[in-house]
Design a protein around this ligand. Structure first.
Ligand code: HEM
Length: 398
């Protein structure tokens, strides 16, 4: 029995069309076709440049939210990692749906739409692997997990459809003289003609783009708060590049934050948020002299290679400068936090942008500190500090 057959059985409760497309689209020719339709607009630097100001505005709201959430000592709430999820969701809503979802407003309750979106994204991301990698009974009968997964996805489909219909309406009356006048969503809507492609793109970006970046940011902020020397160096660089805090950020400014970017790369090298990637060989191949037959799953554990003496000199030393030197021993494939090749992270330019904007805005004005027991890193779904991220946020002297 195929997905089509399941669709007929339970059509009343779930929108299998999109969900089956999402799972079918994960691999092979269908994935390739989908990716070829959206890859160019998503990965073009000129697309990302357009989002500097929108991401800056979201981030300013986030910092205001943090300022208000601090107690008298400057300590942020224990559930600060959930607040980071809200910021990343607000960023991705702005990019993928051309909207402000309202996740950073002060009155987000546990049953509000933004919190439901965060919870649903976590649920989807954590369970898709179970559906894909364990025995696929769901292909034959709608198992409880499959039904719950599809209901969860339907919530997303409805959400995305709502905003995409609004974007379609706006597009009808928009004066467009060049591609440059269009947002990412509008470009995909205009070039593909089929709103389903835009819906799948939005779902892809939202589902993959919330947890990954949130966990990465938890890790980066924790490292910054526990490595004050390096944090101060970032702050100095940020103030040098951005002397006037009231001036809006530009892509060119961000490009000059060499040390700050090297700090992030060093965090990813030592504590890669995604610990590795896998590929199933589609044909026999020879890798490093070993004959690997078709069908074998090959894993690239970037968390291991990024910490191997063979590829990185003194790997146990946290030293962002290594990324700025040309003579250090640093294999260019040792650390691949965004993967590599045809399937490299589709959102990596947006991820870099969001991280840079957050660090630029936050560290320019504040010093982050951590005054508790050190946090161990653990692989839950991502590799990140395990435990409450109890950061202190103090104004830097001007
Ligand atoms: C720092 C944060 C992030 C990290 C570390 C990360 C890492 C990764 C990795 C390792 C992959 C698999 C690449 C491969 O197999 O070669 C991936 C895929 C993907 N990422 Fe990211 N990612 C991040 C943020 C984002 C964001 C913000 C978005 C959305 C805006 C996003 C969207 C995607 C998508 C759609 C894929 C699937 C690509 C495909 O299979 O065609 N990611 N990411």
């Amino acid at each position: 029995m195929t997905l089509d057959a399941i669709r007929i059985k339970t059509d009343e409760i779930v929108d299998f069309d999109i969900v089956s497309k999402m799972l079918d689209l994960s691999h092979g020719e269908k994935w390739r076709q989908f990716r070829s339709k959206v890859q160019r607009p998503i990965l073009q630097p000129q697309t990302v440049k357009k989002y500097v100001t929108p991401i800056e505005l979201v981030t300013e709201d986030f910092i205001r939210y943090m300022e208000n959430a601090r107690d008298d000592n400057g300590d942020l709430p224990h559930e600060f990692d959930n607040d980071i999820h809200r910021w990343s969701l607000e960023c991705i809503g702005r990019v993928a749906l051309d909207t402000r979802l309202g996740c950073l407003s002060p009155n987000v309750t546990s049953d509000s739409e933004p919190q439901r979106i965060i919870d649903a994204a976590k649920y989807a991301l954590r369970n898709v692997a179970v559906l894909e990698l364990k025995a696929p009974y769901w292909r034959y009968i709608p198992t409880p997990l499959w039904t719950k997964y599809v209901n969860n996805m339907n919530f997303f489909v409805e959400l995305c459809s709502r905003y995409i219909n609004e974007a379609l309406e706006r597009l009808k009356s928009k004066k467009v003289t060049s591609e440059n006048d269009l947002s990412l969503l509008e470009r995909v809507l205009q070039s593909e003609g089929d709103p389903k492609i835009a819906t799948i793109m939005a779902l892809d970006l939202i589902l993959v783009g919330i947890d990954t970046i949130s966990m990465a940011v938890c890790s980066i902020l924790y490292q910054a708060a526990t490595r004050l020397k390096q944090q101060d160096k970032m702050a100095e660089e940020i103030r040098r590049v951005l002397p006037d805090p009231s001036k809006p950020l530009t892509y060119a400014d961000l490009d000059k934050l060499h040390y700050t970017k090297a700090f992030v790369r060093e965090v990813f090298r030592m504590y890669s948020t995604v610990i590795g990637n896998g590929r199933t060989l589609q044909e026999d191949d020879i890798i490093c002299g070993y004959h690997i037959p078709k069908g074998v799953q090959v894993v690239f554990p970037t968390i291991v290679t990024g910490n191997m003496e063979q590829f990185v000199s003194n790997p146990e030393e946290f030293r962002p400068e290594r990324w700025l030197e040309s003579d250090g021993r640093l294999h260019s494939f040792a650390s691949l936090p965004y993967g590599f090749g045809a399937r490299i992270c589709l959102g990596r330019r947006f991820a870099d942008l969001e991280i840079q904007v957050l660090l630029a805005k936050l560290l320019r004005r504040y010093r982050l500190e951590y005054h508790h027991e050190p946090l161990e890193y653990a692989v839950t779904f991502m590799y990140a500090p395990d435990g409450p991220l109890r950061l202190r946020m103090l104004e830097r002297p001007t």
